[in-house]
Design a binder for this molecule. Structure first.
Ligand SMILES: Cc1cc2nc3c(=O)[nH]c(=O)nc-3n(C[C@H](O)[C@H](O)[C@H](O)COP(=O)(O)OP(=O)(O)OC[C@H]3O[C@@H](n4cnc5c(N)ncnc54)[C@H](O)[C@@H]3O)c2cc1C
Length: 388
């Protein structure tokens, strides 16, 4: 497909996603937010329409599109006022199976994920005692016959209650027995339908946003050895390889959030009359919105660059990280300006601004915090000394 045809296709995708989202509307998300509800119907429809399976190759039943198209999908979902965090993981967690799975695993999982029969929405890495220091994680997986027994604890693992499969990272060789700290970790596909209540205890966390995050407790959870993803001891690479796509897609959600806030702020600034004129006529109200628009457009360019590099098979670690940082900070500032523009009404739940404001704040912390991105750029892009 040449560039013009690709742009036209992306434009069609954007319109279709927008139309699908419009059928749900912001009240749907407001209601779910109030009761920790999950958008089951929305996710199902998005999957069946082929949007959530955009990155699965056609040979495995997916749409076989690129990250550029996937980013446009996530952006439109966020821009509509929806909380894309409810569904985004399926897009990039699947990539670990695609890149590191055996042919048997790919055939077993990918077509079912593409059809919606299996949901792969969960990704278990973070632990309470080690946080960002991933290679120091304490959860272990010990080979016993044709199974591994997993023991340990995870925290903030999202959508476990609404997924059939979860990718889990655990240590198979103690850290003091490997040459490098990134070795000795392994990735597993856990079938949640069998695991929950049989070695896996799931406890929801009360949180600031409706992200369906949970604490997980593993007690001798038996996982078939056939569910090891990639080689034993090489799981860190399995996880790492999925991160560029994850960063780009999260960044595109932030661009969507930012555009949402700007749409809302502009509309309100034009219609709200105080002192006999629209508040947007005051440059003190107008300029912050214009500045945020400028920042979001700049971040969108970096997202676009990173996505095109990813699709061309080029190393895009720096661009993916920078896109995520720029977009998450720009969307947060746009949220803050939308709050300020709406005055007291920003606090009214029915205006939706406060919900989106809470939601977009996450992306400066998860899936990776801004400091860790700056550390990556400082060390790997600019060649300054390693700090940890
Ligand atoms: C709503 C939500 C959903 C999540 N979903 C998932 C999920 O589905 N799966 C999953 O595995 N995880 C998930 N997470 C976890 C998320 O990835 C982590 O919270 C995040 O990576 C940060 O880890 P931490 O909270 O342990 O912070 P910590 O590692 O304790 O860090 C705390 C702060 O210190 C800073 N910091 C730490 N070390 C350094 C350093 N060396 N230099 C400079 N600054 C440093 C960090 O940048 C951060 O700001 C989720 C988190 C949230 C809040």
């Amino acid at each position: 497909m040449d560039d013009a045809a690709r742009e036209a296709h992306i434009s069609e995708i954007r319109s279709a996603v927008k139309a699908l989202c419009a059928r749900y509307g912001e009240e749907y998300w407001l209601e779910l937010d109030g009761v920790r509800g999950y958008p089951t119907e929305f996710v199902r429809e998005l999957t069946q329409a082929g949007f959530l399976t955009a990155l699965i190759p056609e040979a495995y039943g997916g749409a076989g599109l690129g990250v550029l198209e996937a980013a446009a999908i996530m952006e439109e979902i966020s821009r509509s006022g929806a909380h894309a965090g409810a569904c985004h993981a399926q897009m990039y967690v699947m990539g670990s199976i695609l890149r590191h799975g055996s042919e048997e695993q790919k055939r077993a999982y990918l077509p079912k994920i593409a059809s919606g029969e299996l949901r792969l929405q969960s990704f278990g890495v973070t632990e309470p005692t080690t946080g960002t220091d991933t290679t120091n994680l304490k959860t272990t997986a010990t080979r016993v016959g044709d199974h591994y027994l997993i023991n340990g604890q995870k925290v903030w693992i999202s959508r476990v209650e609404h997924s059939d499969l979860m990718l889990v990272l655990a240590r198979t060789t103690p850290r003091d027995k490997v040459a490098r700290k990134t070795e000795g970790l392994s990735a597993f596909i856990v079938d949640l339908r069998e695991a929950v209540g049989h070695g896996l205890d799931v406890r929801p966390i009360g949180a600031m946003i409706n992200h369906h995050s949970c604490e997980l407790f593993f007690t001798d959870l038996a996982v078939p050895a056939a569910n090891l993803l990639g080689a034993e001891g090489r799981g860190f690479k399995v996880i790492l390889d999925g991160m560029n796509a994850e960063r780009i897609l999260i960044a595109s959600e932030c661009v969507g959030d930012g555009r949402y806030f700007i749409d809302k702020a502009v509309a309100y600034a034009n219609e709200r009359i105080v002192f006999g004129r629209p508040i947007g006529q005051n440059q003190g109200v107008q300029f912050p919105i214009a500045r945020c628009h400028t920042e979001i457009e700049a971040a969108a360019l970096m997202v676009d660059k990173a996505a095109r590099m990813f699709d061309a098979g080029r190393d895009c670690g720096a661009e993916a990280n920078m896109a995520k940082m720029l977009a998450s900070e720009a969307s947060w500032r746009a949220g803050d300006v939308a709050m300020q523009t709406h005055g007291g009404f920003a606090f009214a739940r029915e205006y939706h601004i406060e919900r989106k404001f809470r939601e977009t704040r996450l992306y400066q912390i998860a899936p990776i915090s801004t400091n860790l991105i700056l550390s990556f750029v400082g060390e790997h892009v600019l060649g300054m000394p390693r700090s940890f």
